[in-house]
Design a binder for this molecule. Structure first.
Ligand code: NAG
Ligand code: NAG
Length: 351
């Protein structure tokens, strides 16, 4: 458990070199885009069923209150913000917290059930990535008004932009939507998603972003609810879904490589969450966990969002040793491990 020695040493070196010890974060801002893996409450005030602003969500968070995070506690990006030296988390852009100077260290545009394919978000009345980009432009204008053009531009180019998307496009749309899965093969659907990814990166670049990190797909076939829905009664990871995820991830790598050659000043890192998460799932005890098939909330094999609530029967009393908090989302302790892996992979973004 905890930092590996190597991570810790590298982290300390980086901290000293970049002055985190003086109380300044390593980068001036952190902006977040995407889906439920990184949503910190944007869905709370939307007319959507995909929410997590009620107990037992948030029961192990700093405030022990639900915030809209799809977790018992902190998300991987919360730990990332801690490691980067921020003393607060980027507020949900649609919340009351995103006011005045609170927006100057970055904001969070992510919306659960959103994805690269705008129709996915629309199905659930979530915020599409296209709209998230429009909000990002609004945010930039507000920042310019607050600190002036020069300081604002330094913030946009020095700030880190993180994107988490694609899982909902497959799990909450493609696999359950005959209009899509009869027309497109998984490979063709991946190509559509990556076209949208490509456009997003180029648009962010045009707006001045120079440091962008994107997470790849997790082993979607091992998510507890995916095993239940798509596993035909088996308790094993669904091989077909994992194959699709790996194939998408290869294309994501290739597309990102191409984007870097096309956009010379861009630092773009593809964060691998597939392998670290798969390792926790297949070898739970090696990683300090005892349960990776069942999630903590409810029966642990289907519940997420409104189905995971205070009246869910069977919710575990201590989620620390569960890899999954609900049917689709990692627990706080799994998120902490993921964030440590992200830190090891992310040095290029900070330097
Ligand atoms: C993507 O690239 C990274 C490093 O460049 C590599 O470690 C990873 O295995 C690649 N992923 C896939 C699915 O090809
Ligand atoms: C939960 O379990 C972990 C060890 O698995 C332990 O360290 C922690 O104190 C427990 N938390 C509560 C609230 O009992």
């Amino acid at each position: 458990m905890g930092f590996s020695r190597c991570t810790l040493v590298a982290f300390l070196v980086i901290s000293v070199v970049f002055g985190i010890v003086n109380g300044d974060p390593l980068v001036p801002a952190l902006c977040i885009f995407g889906d439920s893996v990184v949503d910190v409450g944007n869905n709370n005030n939307l007319h959507t069923l995909i929410k997590a602003n009620f107990p037992p969500y948030g029961r192990d968070f700093i405030t022990h209150k639900p915030t809209g995070r799809f977790c018992n506690g902190k998300l991987a990006i919360d730990f990332t913000a801690d490691y980067l030296g921020f003393d607060s988390y980027p507020p949900a852009y649609l919340s009351q917290d995103a006011r005045g100077r609170n927006i100057l260290k970055g904001v969070n545009f992510a919306s659960a059930a959103s994805g690269y394919y705008d129709r996915t978000a629309q199905l659930y009345r979530a915020v599409t990535l296209t709209q998230q980009l429009a909000y990002y432009k609004d945010w930039q204008n507000k920042v310019v008004n607050l600190v002036g053009k020069d300081k604002a531009n330094a913030l946009f180019s020095g700030g880190i932009h993180l994107i988490s998307a694609g899982s909902s496009d497959f799990i909450q749309n493609y696999y359950i939507n005959p209009i899509l899965n009869h027309v497109y093969s998984p490979d063709q659907f991946s190509d559509i998603l990556l076209q949208s990814y490509s456009t997003l990166i180029q648009n962010l670049y045009t707006l001045g972003a120079r440091r962008i990190g994107v997470t790849n797909l997790p082993p979607t076939g091992c998510l507890p609810a995916a095993i239940t829905f798509f596993g035909f009664g088996s308790n094993q990871c669904v091989a077909r879904l994992n194959r699709d995820a790996i194939s998408f991830n290869k294309k994501l790598n290739a597309t990102s490589q191409y984007l870097k050659t096309k956009l010379p000043e861009l630092k773009l890192v593809v964060f691998d969450i597939y392998n670290p998460l798969l390792d926790m799932i297949l070898k739970p005890t090696d990683n300090g966990f005892f349960e990776s098939r069942k999630a903590c909330c409810g029966t642990g094999i289907i519940e997420t969002s409104f189905l995971c609530n205070a009246r869910s029967i069977g919710t575990c009393s201590n989620a620390t040793q569960y890899v999954f908090w609900d049917g689709f989302h990692p627990s706080q302790s799994a998120n902490e491990k993921l964030a440590q892996s992200l830190l090891e992979q992310g040095f290029d973004l900070i330097s």
